[in-house]
Write a protein that binds this ligand. Structure first.
Ligand code: SAM
Length: 322
C-alpha cells in the first residue's frame, strides 16, 4: 500500500468517463461552449482495466463515475458492466440528470444505488442562465424516477452570490421533502476561477453564510461523517440531513483519499496541483508490466497532494472529473 507522511492513501477513485458535457455551467466553462469528447479518449475496456490495475496497485475500494457528463458517453454500458464485476465496496455516479430517466434501466442493472445529481436552482430561467444547456423539468423528473427505482439521491448545488442564493432554501426544502440529501459545494478556484480572483470572490458563498441562512428557518446539529469525507454534514432533527463541501472554509486535504483518472489516461493526485501522470500507455500492457510502473507514478501522484488546504488549480473540472 502506498501511504504518505500524513498517513494518506488512495482509497477513492474518480473516473472522468468523458470530458464531453451537455451543459456549459458558467463556473466550469468560461466560453459557454458545450464540450465534445477529446479525440484521444481511452476506450471503455482500457478505462476498466485502469480501474482493475488501480485496485491492485493503490488499494482503491470505492469508485465514482463522473465527467464531463458520464451519461452522454457511449462507453457507459461497457465500462459499468466491467467495473461491476471487480468487487468494489461502492460504485456511484455524478450526473447533471439530463439523461437520468433514459439511462435508469442501465444504471439499475449495473447495480448503481447511489447517485449525485448536480442542480443549482429550481428556477427554470436561472437554470438556463447557469447551466447553459438542458432543461430543469427533465432533471426533476429523472430524480423522481431514480428515487422511485430505489436509488439514494444526493443533490449537488454550487451557491453563487447574485445568481442562485435565493434558491438555497427552496432547494433545501425540495430535497428534505423527498428524502434527497442536499450538498452545497463551496465554489472552487478551478479552471478560469483559479486565475480570476475577482470573479471568484464576487460569486463565492461560504459555509458560514449558508449556515446563517438555513439557521433563520431551521435548527440543525452537526452529524457524523466518515474520516475522509469531504462534506461537513448536518442534521435537521426530524426532517433530514444536508452537507457542505467547504473547500475554502473547512479544508479537507489532510484526510483526502481521492485519486482521479481522466478520460484521456492522466492520473491526478490532487485537484489543486497542475501535476498529472500519463498512464494511458500502461493500460494496454499486461498486469506484470503495468503494475510496477503504475506504482511509481502513484507515489508521485500522492506526493502532489496539498498539505493542508486547497489553493486552486488551472484544470477545468469537467476534464479532471468533479
Ligand atoms: N456532469 C456531471 C455533473 O454535472 O454532476 C459531473 C461532472 S461536474 C464537473 C461535477 C461537479 O463539479 C458538479 O456538481 C459541478 O457543479 C461541480 N463543479 C464544477 N466546477 C466547479 C467549481 N469551480 N466549484 C465548485 N464545483 C464545481
Amino acid at each position: 500500500m502506498i501511504v504518505d507522511r500524513q498517513g494518506r492513501r488512495f482509497r477513492n477513485l474518480r473516473i472522468s468517463l468523458t470530458s464531453a458535457c451537455n451543459y456549459a455551467c458558467t463556473y466550469c466553462v468560461p466560453n459557454g461552449k458545450r464540450l465534445v469528447a477529446a479525440q484521444d479518449e481511452l476506450s471503455a475496456e482500457a478505462m476498466a482495466r485502469g480501474v482493475a490495475y488501480l485496485i491492485e496497485a493503490a488499494g482503491i475500494e470505492r469508485l465514482r463515475i463522473t465527467g464531463g457528463e458520464p451519461l452522454v458517453s457511449p462507453k457507459l454500458e461497457a465500462f459499468m458492466t466491467a467495473v461491476g464485476q471487480m468487487g468494489l465496496e461502492d460504485i456511484s455516479l455524478t450526473t447533471n440528470g439530463q439523461l437520468l430517466a433514459k439511462k435508469l434501466p442501465l444504471l439499475v442493472n449495473a447495480g448503481i444505488r447511489r447517485i449525485n445529481v448536480s442542480l443549482d436552482t429550481l428556477d427554470a430561467s436561472a437554470f438556463r442562465g447557469i447551466a447553459r444547456g438542458g432543461d430543469l423539468a427533465t432533471v426533476l423528473d429523472g430524480m423522481d424516477q431514480a428515487s422511485a427505482a430505489g436509488m439514494k439521491i444526493k443533490v449537488n448545488m454550487v451557491p453563487l452570490r447574485g445568481q442562485n442564493l435565493d434558491q438555497v432554501m427552496p432547494l433545501l426544502e425540495y430535497c428534505l421533502e423527498r428524502g434527497y440529501e442536499l450538498r452545497f459545494i463551496e465554489l472552487m478556484r478551478m479552471g478560469h476561477l483559479a486565475s480570476d480572483s475577482n470573479a471568484f470572490l464576487q460569486q463565492f458563498v461560504s459555509l458560514q453564510q449558508l449556515l446563517d441562512l438555513i439557521g433563520e428557518r431551521y435548527e440543525y446539529l452537526q452529524a457524523d461523517a466518515p474520516v475522509d469525507a469531504t462534506a461537513v454534514r448536518y442534521e435537521i432533527p426530524g426532517m433530514g440531513h444536508f452537507g457542505v463541501i467547504a473547500n475554502e472554509s473547512v479544508p479537507f486535504c489532510r484526510t483526502c483519499s481521492r485519486l482521479r483518472l481522466s478520460s484521456t489516461g492522466w492520473l491526478h493526485g490532487c485537484l489543486s496541483s497542475s501535476n498529472r501522470h500519463f498512464v494511458g500507455d500502461l493500460l494496454d500492457k499486461p498486469r506484470h508490466q503495468a503494475l510496477p510502473a503504475l506504482q511509481r507514478l502513484l507515489v508521485k501522484a500522492l506526493g502532489d497532494k496539498q498539505e493542508v488546504a486547497f489553493s486552486g488549480g488551472a484544470t477545468v473540472m469537467k476534464i479532471i472529473g468533479g
